[in-house]
Design a protein around this ligand. Structure first.
Ligand code: FUB
Length: 314
């Protein structure tokens, strides 16, 4: 009997080691983390995969965004759904892959209407309901500079405010030449001039910008031929002059499909947050549309290059 118990314990432990990355709020299916550091807390805004059904080929149907936050990177508070279509936006059928920025006492939340344009929502608090202040897409195919871009996915916004106060929004998908960046006006809900292009090798989706020690890092998910890694490029400018830097993170071990990161600094340490499918694997859920959030530390080399993330077990 005790031998059986030992064997079972061993099997359960090794299963956990095989399956676990550093999962956050694993009781919810969430993906595409957009991060905001605000008033001593880290907020993660995520696509709500609980909107998706369990059927194998059901597709992405997320129409709400969930927020979770932490002040110590260990204990996470679940703020639930903070934005939802059509309750808070009447023109979008989908709301996913959010990015958030705090400015002038407001929080601005950017989201994709599926792959069909980008919207913005605002709130006076990171967790209060967000509302659409403009009643239309902020960026669409007609926005100057967005096209031509063959098979462009017009989604995955990431908004970044530079030290001089200029805001930039990065977006796009599905082609090396399909990254776009556009300036935002100070109101954060209108664009300033046309979008311009950035070329990223094997670019697929998940544009992300962060800045450290005067270096701009543009990171992104590569396409399936390049194993859906998170790669990055570096520049001295937020819009041009990027050179390939390497791999931020390989495809997570518990993932077999798309990859999407958020990179941020909190209390002097850097983090890489992403999604995987470990909970779905453990629960034998047959669809790839039920993802969960996870997080790892991020380290740099002395020359500013990024050390490839080492996935760890919970
Ligand atoms: O969550 C839907 C899509 O999957 C996102 O837009 C992509 O970044 C990928 O994670």
């Amino acid at each position: 009997f005790s031998f059986t118990i030992c064997l079972l314990t061993l099997l359960i432990c090794s299963a956990k080691l095989i399956y676990a990355d550093q999962v956050i709020v694993g009781y919810r299916h969430l993906a595409d983390p957009g991060t905001l550091v605000y008033n001593g807390r880290v907020y993660l805004y995520a696509s709500n995969d609980d909107d998706n059904t369990m059927e194998k080929n059901s597709g992405y149907k997320m129409k709400s965004i969930v927020c979770v936050s932490s002040s110590d990177m260990k204990n996470w508070t679940d703020h639930g759904v903070v934005f939802e279509a059509p309750r808070d936006v009447d023109w979008a059928g989908r709301t996913w892959a959010p990015a958030a920025v705090a400015r002038d006492g407001k929080i601005f939340l950017y989201f994709g209407n599926g792959g069909n344009g980008i919207g913005v929502a605002t709130s006076s608090s990171p967790t209060a309901p967000f509302k659409d202040p403009i009643g239309k897409k902020l960026v669409e195919t007609q926005t100057p500079g967005v096209l031509p871009a063959p098979n462009m996915w017009l989604f995955d916004p990431m908004t970044f405010v530079d030290d001089d106060g200029q805001a930039y929004m990065y977006f796009g998908g599905n082609g090396d030449n399909n990254v776009r960046v556009i300036k935002l006006n100070r109101d954060m809900i209108s664009v300033d001039g046309p979008a311009t292009s950035i070329t990223a090798p094997a670019f697929f989706e998940a544009s992300w910008m962060h800045k450290r020690n005067g270096i701009y890092y543009f990171s992104y998910s590569t396409n399936p031929r390049a194993q859906m890694r998170i790669d990055y490029m570096m520049s001295k400018s937020p819009t041009t002059g990027f050179t390939y830097g390497g791999v931020v993170a390989a495809q997570p071990p518990n993932n077999n499909n798309n990859n999407h990161q958020g990179i941020f600094e909190f209390n002097g340490k850097w983090y890489h947050t992403y999604h995987n499918r470990v909970i779905a694997y453990q629960s034998k859920i047959p669809t790839e549309f039920k993802r969960n959030l996870a997080i790892e530390n991020l380290e740099y080399n002395a020359d500013g290059t990024i050390q490839q993330v080492a996935y760890t077990a919970d």
